[in-house]
Design a binder for this molecule. Sequence first.
Ligand code: TRP
Ligand code: ZN
Length: 854
Amino acid sequence: MIHRRTDYLPPAFIVEQVMLDVHVAAQTRVTARLSMRRAPDVAASPGLRLDARALTVQSVALDDQVLDPREWSLSETELCISRVPDTFTLTTVTLLAPEANTALEGFYQSGPMFCTQCEAHGFSRITPYLDRPDVLSKFTVRLQADARRFPVLLANGNCIDKGPLGDGQHFAVWEDPFAKPCYLFAMVAGDLARVADSYRAADGRDIALEFYVDHGNEDRVDHAMASLKDAMRWDEERFGLVYDLDVYMVVAARAFNMGAMENKGLNIFNAAYVLATPETATDESYHAISAVIAHEYFHNYTGNRVTCRDWFQLSLKEGLTVFRDQRFSEDHLGGAVQRIEQVRMLRAAQFPEDAGPTAHPVRPDAYQEVNNFYTATIYEKGAEIVRMLHTVIGPDAFAKGLRRYLAEQDGKAATIEDFVDALSAAASTDLTPFLAWYAQAGTPQLRLTRAWDATTRKLLLRFTQHTPPTPGQPDKQALPIPIRLRLRTQRGQVVPLPPHADALGDELILMRGEALTLELDADDPLLPSVLLGFSAPVKLLADYSLAELQGIAAFESDPFVRWDTLQTLHARAHAGLMDGDRSALHALLAALQRVAAEPVDMPMLTAHLLSLPGIAWLWDQYREVHPQRFLDAYAQLGRAIAEALCGPLSVWAPNAPITADHAGERALSNVALGYLARLGSDSVQRMADERVVGPNMSLSIGALRALTHHSDAAVPAAAMQRFAARWHEDALVMDRWFALAAGGPQVDAAALAALIDHPQFDWRNPNRVRAVLGSFASGALQGFHTEAGYRAYADGIAKLDTLNPQTAARLLKPLLGFKRLAEPWAATQRQVVTELRARVQSTDARELLDAALT
Ligand code: TRP
Ligand code: ZN
């Protein structure tokens, strides 16, 4: 069934109040009492239809009168009651089997607990309901369970009563004072350890902060707790947003489909985004934890207090909340490096999506399975749109506009127009042209051409834009593009921009149409640095010579543009190597040597500047990829850099302090070790070997990754064994081990099959499945891009689809790129995908496979 954005109709019923009485056990019984009334002004029909997904409904009562089974009917998707009055109480009793729920939506088992996941449509897998985000209601939940197996009983809001009952049972009653859509509902019953702290809010209230984790993990919560307090403080200081309940709870789950979920007052997290110590988690994990903690916390306003009218508006909460967590990370970790990491991720995940078969607008027009739309486009491109709005109106007007939006829409289900209108009003600027960014899929290409006339001393800069067609959108319109730029003389001096009608500041111009021309007097040709700070999510196609790219990499002070220029040089060097032309490689090496010769003020930035570009981005630079030639050139590129920078790399590699504030040094050491390992020296191998089992996980993972480049396969194998011997009882660390084991450059289909047969592999744990399947497809490219590789991967997806369609569909995407592969890979992958289409059952997988096959 296809859902269309333009088919939106307001709900026919209002739910005033929800009372849930849940008896938690292997067979859980949910009694729901819904106080309902017909919505005014909606065409009345006599009956009531509630969403009910694969439910076992035992009984239905209207105003406490049990209905005859002939008065209601139940399908796989709906509960229909033939006739209801205008105001009534509906009581349903539903039976659930959490231990048999492998999809991890609704009520399911995760290790020592049962927990819920309701976004987007999990609530109707718990009880019949109007499962849509624009139905807001107040919830009271009574949980009852065996006190020994389930000592902890949690739901949203405040605990208003609890105590023991006979027969070893106990109960707890939770009341959430804020009306909410059912996708924000959560409950947890389990045997968990509690780590508690408190936070003094700006209004003087003390908020209880409680983390619930597996017993034994209590000492791994410090960083998440500190991040939560930082996030709470930040939202108060930046936007005046103060937390609105008396308790904020976070539960860490072993089995979780995504990163985390912002349920009101009761976040449920993938344990990988909560638990960390320096011995068990990398510096990247530390950053990811603070970003996800902040993200879910920020949803309390952008998402929960103001929610989405329908799922087409998903980016209203996700794009905005990603932008907010990005700004938080910039303030806490440094804007320069954060921006590079944000763009790296956008280009690795979102640009390829926008150029592939599943490309969709940030506000989609249609979907079959909404779970397929929790994408890099909705999240990361959505955040880039919000960032452009912020750039255009400035931080003060943005803060004013955000507060206005939250005040106007408080307690409501809003649309993207509501948000853009509030910003426009606060800034006294018409931002509606930016709505086209939400409607149009595909990454715009921004082309820059220059002409300098040596006799008239006039310089002409001309920008033009073009967005290639995407599925279902053959014709594209011009979009407003904020371009931050800076002109320099050949010696690096900054020259002011000429006046322009659409200038928004000294270095900022808003491109409003197909083309934009700047003309100025210039005694030399000048060198423009464009998209400072990546001011718009576009692909820049500029007519720079290799020497000019070297010049920008040397002189530009904007860290993003410097890094980006080096990326461009990498791409040109890589393309040259595929054609046997080394001129771009030489320009790249010279630019990198210059970076390496500078004093290292910010080691994390130096690490980024010197890193090889990610494969996903480089792959996306080509309309068609010949995997073998691509990977050979990539390996050559890595070796050439290692040789050229051997001197400084050998200085940085040994510098690996283990104290918390030296993440930058560790990153640089790991980058250096990774290059040097390609040269196969014994001293490097010894250094790496020493780190494999040590006091710091960043260094251990960096060392293992470096060793996988060793020419003798026995070397990484021995190191991997030592690592596993040390960590085999730690699930999150073993996820890292599985990821390295499955994603190494030498891994083939047989090695993948062996990992799936490993006793610690578990189809029911998405982290483990992602570590193995996901890493194989993104890291073991040599092995993946063979017929056996595609088949082994597709077999894994087919199996996972029977258990967990949501995660299967996410992992399916690496198989969908065949239109951009050279032959014979294209035909082989298409064949495997065609066969897979005939095997999968879920709407999730089918929607994506159909998009790729048409
Ligand atoms: N709303 C969540 C977030 O962005 C993500 C999410 C959506 C999710 N669907 C989910 C998480 C299903 C877990 C399972 O923070
Ligand atoms: Zn989110």
